[in-house]
Design a protein around this ligand. Structure first.
Ligand code: GRF
Length: 215
């Protein structure tokens, strides 16, 4: 039976956001972790936390379409209320996005709409941005183009390297994602069309945390 608070997390790599989501579980529960990469650090983190995992590998499927259908099947079988992408490197097919409309989240390491796609920290440094940060958004069919839910900004300091800047942003990601996942699971954040609605309780939390919202 579907648990009202169960979140399935999709990871391809290291899994530090998954770890933060596990550590801050309250108001939601990580019920399942799915990866396309059998070597993903995220899988190890999930196993250590006793969370069931499923691997859906591209090489097990004849076509890309079948592979993506396999991902959707694994997610559906895990019966989540919310699906959280956390460093998941596969672009999902439209059927997936429609099935989980308003319940499919991603975290991105930039202040969208700045720097969608990859190499965000390098690009922020190259552009001499004075502010950088991370965004949690609903997923739509584009790459990092879905309705924005919340952002956490950090300053870019003189002399920042790729490492110092990415660490500063990642620390914010680990605070931001659990807050937003909890908000969506608890019904404090909702999607109406492409407009994001927040409860007044959530707006108060966001103000306290210095988050940027998109009401
Ligand atoms: C994070 O920077 C996240 O914003 C991006 O991919 C990275 C994943 O890192 N989508 P991790 O696997 O959670 O450590």
């Amino acid at each position: 039976m579907t648990q009202r608070d169960s979140v399935t997390v999709l990871v391809s790599g290291r899994g530090s956001n998954l770890k933060a989501l596990i550590q801050h579980q309250s108001g939601y529960r990580i019920g399942h972790v799915i990866s396309d990469n059998p070597d993903a650090g995220g899988l190890r983190i999930a196993r250590e936390a006793g969370i069931p995992t499923t691997i859906v590998e591209r090489s097990s499927y004849a076509t890309l379409v079948d592979f993506k259908a396999g991902i959707l099947k694994a997610v559906t079988m895990s019966e989540p209320v919310v699906v959280a992408l956390a460093g998941f490197m596969v672009l999902l097919q439209p059927e997936f996005i429609q099935s989980y409309h308003g319940r499919l989240l991603n975290i991105h390491p930039s202040l969208l709409p700045n720097f969608p796609g990859l190499r965000t920290h390098e690009r922020a440094l190259e552009a001499q941005s004075t502010q950088h940060g991370c965004t949690v958004h609903y997923v739509d069919a584009g790459m990092d183009t879905g309705p924005l839910i919340a952002q956490s900004a950090v300053p870019v300091m003189p002399g920042d390297s790729l490492e110092t800047l990415s660490e500063r942003v990642l620390a914010q990601e680990h605070i931001l994602y659990p807050l937003i996942v909890r908000g969506v699971v608890q019904g404090d954040i909702n999607l109406e069309g492409r407009t994001v609605r927040y409860s007044s309780a959530f707006i108060a939390i966001a103000e306290q945390q210095g988050l940027r919202l998109f009401a």
